[in-house]
Write a protein that binds this ligand. Structure first.
Ligand code: C2G
Length: 129
């Protein structure tokens, strides 16, 4: 069984996220999503989520491509996650290109093209006016 892992906030879930999850799952047989906690988002990514961790987790767990959701609480957990879950490949959008090449020592690293023109930030901006 080929195991894939990806990381993200996935707030205001949209089709860009779904495209990413669909392609990440297609790389293997089992997809783990490490979902950023509210604290990690606020302290490390300076993102205030509209939906709480539990609400975002519930949404992700309802997606057919997602097999397991675990918390992402810090930047350093990726290596242990890959080892603990015996992950074969790490996949993430190419806005992160190069940032996680250090994981190549432990698993395949794949950067997937982002879906253009949609983002949580864009949705929030559009809804303001
Ligand atoms: N994404 C995408 N296309 C978009 C928007 C997002 O492919 N239009 C992808 C991102 O590249 C990422 C995933 O969807 O792979 C989740 O996006 P975010 O929730 O914005 O995640 P991010 O804040 O980039 O968190 O440790 C890594 C971080 O937790 C990644």
């Amino acid at each position: 069984m080929k195991k894939i892992i990806t990381y993200g906030t996935f707030d205001l879930l949209h089709y860009g996220h779904i495209n990413l999850l669909k392609r990440a799952k297609a790389l293997g047989d089992y997809l783990i999503v490490a979902l950023s906690t509210d604290e990690f988002n606020w302290n490390e990514k300076h993102k205030k989520c509209y939906f709480s961790f539990e609400q975002r987790k519930q949404l992700l767990e309802s997606i057919r491509y997602v097999d397991l959701v675990i918390p992402e609480t810090n930047w350093q957990q990726k290596i242990t996650d890959v080892q603990d879950f015996k992950v074969d490949a790490f996949a993430i959008g190419d806005d992160w290109k190069g940032k996680f090449d250090y994981l190549q020592e432990y698993c395949e690293v794949i950067y997937l093209p982002r879906t253009p023109e949609i983002s949580t930030t864009q949705i929030k901006t559009d809804l303001k006016y």
